[in-house]
Design a protein around this ligand. Structure first.
Ligand code: URA
Length: 236
C-alpha cells in the first residue's frame, strides 16, 4: 500500500497520523536503483546457531504452553514479532481479539496507532521486537490476573535475555506495573527512565487509551522522545 493510501485509511478510521518532526529531504529524481527484492529487506545480523535454537525452543514452548487456563480459550499464542537483535523491545499488556486470531501482537486499531508512534521516532515495526506480558488473550480482554502474568514471566525474561535490548518501552499501565513490580499509577511512572535489570525502561501510555484520550498524545510523544534520547545517549 502506498503512503498516501495508508494515510487516507488511517484518517478514515479516526487515527491521527504521527509524523516525525524532521522528515528526510525529498529527492526529486533519486538516482539509485533497486535491483532485487533483497534491497527492500531489513538486514539483520545473523543469529548464532546457539541463539537460533534457543529462540526456536522458546517459541515452541510458548506455542504448547498450558501453564494457565488461558490455554483453553486462546485461538493462537502470541509470541511476539520483529527483530531478534532489536535495540528496542516494546512490551504491551496482552493479545486482544485480533491478535488472538492472527497470532501477532498489536495488529488491531491500537496496534496501528502504535505503529505510527514508532514511525514518529523513526522506527519501523520490523526493527523493534514487539511482545506482551501475556502470550494468550484473556477472555473478553479483561485485565491479566497476577498468576497469569507470573506464569508467563519466564517467557518474557528469556526473550529479554536473548534480545538484549538497549531500551524497553513499557506500553500501558499493566505492562509498566507488572515489569516494575509496583502499583504506582501509570501517570506517575511515565516521564522518567526506570531500570529493569540494568536495561533502561520508559513507560508510555497505551495506544488504546490514547485513542480515547486525545489530550494525552502530547505526553506520549514526550515519552517517546525521552526513550529516543536515552538510547541515543547509550549509543554515544
Ligand atoms: N494491546 C496490547 O497490549 N497488546 C496487543 O498485542 C494488542 C493490544
Amino acid at each position: 500500500m502506498d503512503n498516501s493510501t495508508r494515510l487516507q485509511y488511517l484518517e478514515a478510521m479516526g487515527i491521527d497520523v504521527w509524523m516525525p518532526r524532521v522528515s528526510a529531504p525529498v529527492v526529486a529524481n533519486p538516482t539509485f536503483e533497486l535491483t532485487s527484492a533483497s534491497d527492500y529487506a531489513v538486514r539483520e545480523p545473523e543469529l548464532s546457531n546457539l541463539s537460533s535454537s534457543a529462540w526456536a525452543e522458546l517459541e515452541s514452548e510458548v506455542t504448547a504452553c498450558t501453564k494457565c487456563d488461558l490455554c483453553q480459550t486462546r485461538t493462537h499464542t502470541v509470541f511476539g514479532t520483529g527483530s531478534k537483535t532489536a535495540d528496542w523491545m516494546v512490551i504491551g499488556e496482552a493479545p486482544g481479539q485480533h491478535e488472538d486470531e492472527q497470532g501477532k501482537p498489536f495488529v488491531g486499531k491500537a496496534g496501528q496507532l502504535l505503529t505510527e508512534m514508532l514511525r514518529a521516532v523513526g522506527l519501523e515495526r520490523d526493527e523493534v521486537f514487539i511482545t506482551n506480558i501475556l502470550k494468550c488473550r484473556p477472555p473478553g480482554n479483561r485485565d491479566p490476573k497476577p498468576e497469569e502474568a507470573d506464569s508467563c514471566s519466564g517467557y518474557l525474561r528469556r526473550q529479554r535475555e536473548l534480545i538484549k535490548p538497549k531500551i524497553i518501552l513499557a506500553v500501558g499501565r499493566i505492562s509498566a506495573q507488572t515489569l516494575l513490580k509496583t502499583d504506582v499509577p501509570v501517570g506517575k511512572l511515565r516521564g522518567k527512565v526506570h531500570d529493569l535489570d540494568g536495561i533502561p525502561l520508559v513507560v508510555v501510555y497505551h495506544p488504546a487509551y490514547l485513542l480515547r484520550s486525545l489530550l494525552e498524545k502530547r505526553k506520549a510523544w514526550q515519552d517517546l522522545q525521552l526513550a529516543l534520547q536515552t538510547i541515543n545517549t547509550i549509543k554515544g
